[in-house]
Ligand binder design. Sequence first.
Ligand code: ZN
Ligand code: ZN
Length: 226
Amino acid sequence: MTSFPTHRTRVHDARLPLHRRHSALRTCITLFAPYGFRATYHHLTLSAAIPRRLEADPDALVRAVEELHEARVLWLARAEEYAAQRRSEKRAGRRAVVNPRPWWLQSWWEGSNRAWYEDPFRHPSLRLAEYVRRQNTMLDGAGLPGCPACGDDRPLESISTGHGWVELCRGCAWVLAPCPCGQRHRFVPQTPFNWKGIWQRAHMSDDGTPNPHWARASQLDVARES
Ligand SMILES: [Zn+2]
Ligand SMILES: [Zn+2]
């Protein structure tokens, strides 16, 4: 069985080759990704400062998996509480799931966070544990100021759908007002991205800071591929 703790241990294991530890991190993200797989990976490259060449700072992989682990612990505790609550509701004869569903059971294509799945760059800049804590607080019924996902309170970003407007959080592209037609539209990234490049951290330098020359290079890659 694929388990998060097993792969977390592998990420820590300094005797393993770095590409194996990186691939163990990948497995951890497939098992738990608060921002979706690609956006969570992109977030971790920045927050854990994972360099372009892993050899430049092998500990970055450990920082990344620990940030993920910390958030997962918070989520697990809340998910277990929720499961227990559901069991007792069912025993009491209430089988229907209350709406809204808890944040981890919502589907991305109809969720307000769809952009995170369609553009790996658009996600909250919060540490993952902080995001999970925010979501859990709201699930408990507390209202929080600003964008529900990231707390950003700047004026919204308006995107035309051709027949209406969608209002998005400027920070993380969370949908605050959907298109009046009622459909959930695809989010089209402003600049095309090259996932392979992001996966290989072309957007990062060897010192763990964002690569200043990257945007142009990635667009050239995209042009070459098409
Ligand atoms: Zn936001
Ligand atoms: Zn529409």
